[in-house]
Design a protein around this ligand. Structure first.
Ligand code: SF4
Ligand code: SF4
Length: 301
């Protein structure tokens, strides 16, 4: 493709967003309801980041000392890689549907059926969407890498974070201006924190989303941190895995394992599935970002 015929950053972004919406309207986004096709996830939102942004290096402190930068991820799939200045990151957020969020809001102690259906479907949906976008880009002779689908990607025990991984979609979303972190660790976006995410490193310019928060203000939208109020996610957790110290991932994952028996007993076609997500419903940041406190209010929590 000659430079003069190369599509613009905003053109490529529009293509990708259209392609994602098409995919999500079809069977790749089915939640497996035995009654017939039902979407697992609602309308997506998107953010774009630059691979040469210094923020990626800072994630070695907050995610994992060995976590991949977009350049390092791209280089593992395509060598020699273009310089980081020529790479961009697309991050997509797939919110729970309104019906799933409403069902989950009514649940207490154990998750709602629809929540478990979308949880069980989410990896298939995200992988399918990622592949669809990669294939689409290839038709335009643009290369793309999903860092979490690289053979090198792993989660592992971490002395600082209990469990860490070499690529975090949530942190990619923070870099791409999509939102900041809540007490429960979820990324609070403009469609809330009840969602699933995916990301791709792409060797074509994309329209970088400006972050409307400071790089060190990574808890800006959580009421606990910005006004010393709320804490409702702590109360929603049935096993005390959330507290003022944050998210106890081991306690949380212990409960997720225990949900298997409850799910198999209540919804036999979901046997083997597990999940919880109660802290992502019936809270002010579930489906939208809470209003920021007025300047001058007390911060703490
Ligand atoms: S429920 Fe409240 S305390 Fe918990 S993450 Fe959301 S805003 Fe923060
Ligand atoms: S997912 Fe469930 S167990 Fe884990 S922190 Fe949230 S409410 Fe607690």
């Amino acid at each position: 493709m000659s430079p003069s015929s190369a599509p613009s950053a905003s053109q490529v972004a529009q293509w990708l967003e259209d392609e994602a919406r098409l995919f999500l309207a079809g069977p790749g986004n089915d939640n497996g309801n035995p009654a017939g096709f039902e979407r697992a996830f609602g309308d997506p939102i998107f953010g774009y980041a630059w691979a040469a942004d210094p923020i990626w290096e800072s994630f070695k402190k907050s995610v994992d000392p060995d976590c991949l930068t977009p350049f390092a991820a791209f280089e593992r799939a395509f060598s020699p890689s273009p310089a980081a200045e020529n790479l961009f990151v697309l991050v997509f957020v797939l919110p729970q549907t309104g019906q799933t969020s409403r069902d989950q809001s009514r649940a207490s102690g154990w998750p709602a059926e629809r929540w478990i259906r979308s949880r069980r479907a989410h990896q298939k949906t995200i992988d399918g969407l990622t592949k669809r976008l990669q294939d689409f880009l290839l038709t335009k002779r643009i290369q793309a890498v999903a860092p979490d689908l690289l053979p090198a990607w792993q989660t592992r025990p971490s002395p600082s974070f209990q469990i860490s991984s070499l690529w975090s979609h949530r942190h990619a979303g923070f870099a791409a201006g999509l939102g900041t972190f809540g007490l429960c660790d979820g990324l609070i976006t403009r469609v809330g924190k009840a969602h699933r995410m995916g990301s791709l490193v792409i060797n074509h310019p994309l329209p970088v989303t400006l972050r409307d928060y400071r790089d060190d203000d990574f808890r800006r939208d959580c009421l606990w941190f910005n006004s010393g109020s709320c804490g409702l996610c702590v109360k929603r957790c049935p096993v005390g895995a959330l507290s003022s110290s944050g998210h106890d991932k081991e306690k949380c994952s212990g409960f997720l394992n225990r949900t298997k028996d409850y799910i198999a007993a209540n919804w036999p076609d979901l046997a083997g599935a597990y999940g919880c997500g109660l802290c992502q419903s019936r809270v002010p940041c579930a489906v939208r970002a809470p209003k920021l406190p007025k300047a001058g209010s007390v911060a703490g929590g």
